[in-house]
Design a binder for this molecule. Structure first.
Ligand SMILES: [Zn+2]
Length: 81
């Protein structure tokens, strides 16, 4: 009977260990996800900044660079440098 209890105890220890490891992995995954989200947010912000710099002030379309000039293919706005 004592042997049975020992085995049961050992089994529950192992089970506890597995659960703790699983929770640990879950926490690591969540941390990675948060880091990934922050990175994504930064990239999105950088993209938005780029768009702000290269958009037409008249219609808001993306400007095209050509021969030292920037022009808008939609409304014809152009800005030569
Ligand atoms: Zn335009």
């Amino acid at each position: 009977m004592l042997f049975f209890y020992r085995t049961l105890l050992l089994k529950s220890y192992i089970l506890c260990g597995i659960i703790i490891i699983q929770q640990y992995i879950e926490v690591i995954k969540m941390k990675n996800q948060v880091a990934e989200d922050k990175k994504q947010l930064k990239e999105n912000k950088a993209d938005q900044n780029n768009v702000n710099v290269f958009t037409c002030p008249d219609c808001g379309a993306k400007l095209v660079h050509e021969g030292g000039c920037v022009f808008c293919p939609f409304c014809g706005y152009s800005e030569c440098q």
